[in-house]
Design a protein around this ligand. Sequence first.
Ligand code: ZN
Ligand code: ZN
Length: 303
Amino acid sequence: MAKVKFCLVIDTETDFWRYIPSPHFGGNELIKWRINKLLPGKFSRGREGVSRIVKLLKSQRFPATFTIVGHLYLKECRGFPHFSEEPEGEWLNMMMKKRWDYWDPKLDFTTKPSFYMGDFIEREMRESYFDLGLHAFSHEALTLESKESVNSIIESAVRSAKSLGIKPVSFGAPFNMIEDVKEPEKVYSVLKKNGIKIVRFAGVENGLNQRHEVAIRKPFMKYGLKAVQVSHYFEGNSSKSLIRRILREMSLAVKLQNGEVYCLNTHDFTHRNISNLRVITDYALRLQKEDKIEIVNMSGLLR
Ligand SMILES: [Zn+2]
Ligand SMILES: [Zn+2]
């Protein structure tokens, strides 16, 4: 009998969300997004969220996967292309009349620490129980890009991590857009070619229509890569009732015996307050102490 595994995955993107909206936004959502950016205190700024998360998880030696935007592995830059990346970003152009790289400050971590975290990753995140993965190069919507462009993006993200001596094996796609019904293998084949071994899966796209679902299931294969299904999402600003629902699901999941994984996905920038995460990690540690679950990160699921 295999104990159920618990896997926490943090999409780490600091301020990228302030510059790149979701391609799924309609007019009203775009307005809401612009307002959210202006409201002080709604979301964390720059490295605040990720710093809080790292501090808590280190105090508990809690295994976790950080799927990090490739650009954040850098300490400085002179703009696109940093390596060989050529994102098309046509949808961003249509939506905001902006070039894909309009946000790039072409500076370094001392002046713009929210666009470059190489120093922080090196100093604070190189723990053996942390799995440092990728979240594309600059939060691209991969299924909307051509295969050549996806390849240039992933190759560059890998090179960015390599500048810190890190070789990522785990991947979470921005907006969870990893597979389109028209070309299902496109993103997977590029990831595989670039050394990625395990991906997070939430469902499929049909252009801009998403069919996403959550489930508690065993890791499964996707075009030669291992995939782990998202079981639930939560954020630093999620309601207490959502967090209670997650704890209840975790307590029920301990009955599963066929190698299922309970995978929780969150975003660094929503954690202005660490209490939601702490409630969840405390509970997971308790269940692990009672020998009911095993806490792993994504790379741990490869073993
Ligand atoms: Zn740059
Ligand atoms: Zn993201």
